[in-house]
Write a protein that binds this ligand. Sequence first.
Ligand SMILES: Nc1ncnc2c1ncn2[C@H]1C[C@H](O)[C@@H](COP(=O)(O)OP(=O)(O)OP(=O)(O)O)O1
Ligand SMILES: [Mg+2]
Ligand SMILES: [Zn+2]
Length: 633
Amino acid sequence: MDSDNADDVQAGLDSVEAELEVVKLQIAELLEKQASLTSKRKQLLRRLEEPCDSTQASGSGPAMTKQELLRYENDDFSWSTELEQNLKDVFQLSTFRPLQLKAINLSMSGKDLFLVMPTGRGKSLCYQLPAVCSEGFTLVVTPLVSLMEDQLMYLKSIDVEAVSLNASSSKEHAKMVLAEMTDSKAPFKLLYVTPEKIAKSKLLMSRLEKAYNAGRLSRIAVDEVHCCSQWGHDFRPDYKLLGILKRQFPKVPLLGLTATATGSVLKDCQKILCVPEPITLTASFNRTNLYYEVRLKDSNSDDSVSDISALIKERYKDQSGIVYVFSQKDAETVSADLQGKGVNASPYHANMNPEDKSQVHRKWATNKIQVVVATVAFGMGIDKADVRFVIHHTISKSIENYYQESGRAGRDDKPADCIVYFGFNDIFRISTMVVMENVGQQKLLTMVDYCQNVDRCRRSVIAVHFDEVWDDEGCNEMCDVCRHGNDYITVDITQHAKDVVQIVELAGSLDEKLTPLKVTEAWMGKGPAKRRKMIQTTTLSRLEVEAIITSLLLQGYLSEDFSFTPYTTYFYLKLGGKAPLLKNQSHSITMKMRRTGLDANTVKVSQVKTKEGKRSGDNAANSPVTKKVKRDL
Ligand SMILES: Nc1ncnc2c1ncn2[C@H]1C[C@H](O)[C@@H](COP(=O)(O)OP(=O)(O)OP(=O)(O)O)O1
Ligand SMILES: [Mg+2]
Ligand SMILES: [Zn+2]
């Protein structure tokens, strides 16, 4: 073969290889879609087989069918009268909330149970009430001393005897508690311990054993049980050692409680805690009284703090709330800014001294401070019923975190708002922070997807993360997507994607790495003239450009590329696994965006002409993000 011929053959081969690569990607994409549809079908079929009201629990557990579980909603057990009486007389509550009675009856029957219930729904009652109605005492494992103290204070206020053992307990106190554990006349009904105590104190274990043998250990409650699993969002190494409890005290029923655990996290917890066949009760995660909204932060002129202060002074006048921020520094500055605008706000973060922290907490709880501007350190154990708004100045690091943080609103079941400010640059700030976490990026993208999304009901995006099947009708327009459904339109962004990918590709070929900001600027024609000549720039607005780049990142046409220096981690954009698909002429990408001047009923997908032709996506009328968005800011 002569060399010309060989070149031709080689070129042909390269082209076939490239095409094969594209086909492979398409197959992968279709397989992914197939898997997701199959799983959806399975879920739906399961629902058909077991019709169950979505506000009711879903129960599982190998030992019991749904039908058998129903029995535990009754009040004809030998302990039912006593339960009812103590609910009213001791806890001063008139009725049970959904799932409480069932969980309590199961636990009173000696079953091991995992109870997954949204934050603030009343998980504690499910072990406190049985403790009061049982002989002996209930061992409660709690991750934080502050949580423990809150509960002790509450129990004291209703005259329920409870004690605790933790690192700061005095010797005398510990001695007394340890002695009383086996004393049949001991008055306490609940013993709160930290997991560290179980893991480290042989003395405690030996006393527990004695109490067990004397039949005084009536129940074990593991609060925030997701802390067992590394896949949960709040892993505590000492929780890993709690398996000893069920191994040593197999006859004592264990109750694991959490607000945030997916099926896989629970399976992990079950293994770690050595609970052979627990029953799992899951309450619906749909908080019908919460209104979910996403507002865009403008990278050019971020006036989110002014926006927030206006909301607080007008819509939430005299109402209690939380503003979550990204860092301790942000807590200080945002709080100072809000104060400057006349809002009664105080910062809260982990680096403040404990007295200041509890003072802020106390003043807020008693309505002397209207707003706490806090990092996520303001978290577990915050139990204020009348929080009317939780505003995120910066997105959370995962959707589970967001659900938990925003869920501190409206615990009294009255309407409350959960608003998040979504800024393009914040994605990358958080991304470099979670880069070391196992699935940190993946989880962050779930949050980004929640914010970017204008396609599905926000509740449905949340529900997916808690393995719930969701139909949008259950929202009642209590999210901005459902409320403003007609303001959105599907647009074709294939050509935009090609332009962006070309910019990243060009940088790669020049051995250059581009941050998301650089990609944005390059595409908007702000880079060096030399580069401008080689790429297709755009006249889209900054917000539109950012929305498209975010969408390409979420869809896998772009991906993240980190670079570490001793002082900082840098975030760059590189081509994603799906980028080669764009070489295929028939491949197209669409995204749902905020509506343009176009009539969405007549134009469902705006066509984008390629190459020299005036691209419809570039003219103002087709511009996918409207002025309305800017007004929304
Ligand atoms: N049956 C009920 N009726 C009215 N209020 C109730 C009932 N049960 C509990 N509560 C109140 C008491 C508390 O103030 C509030 C929150 O209960 P709590 O047990 O602390 O929530 P939780 O443990 O599920 O939330 P978290 O996940 O935040 O720990 O609900
Ligand atoms: Mg709790
Ligand atoms: Zn909705």
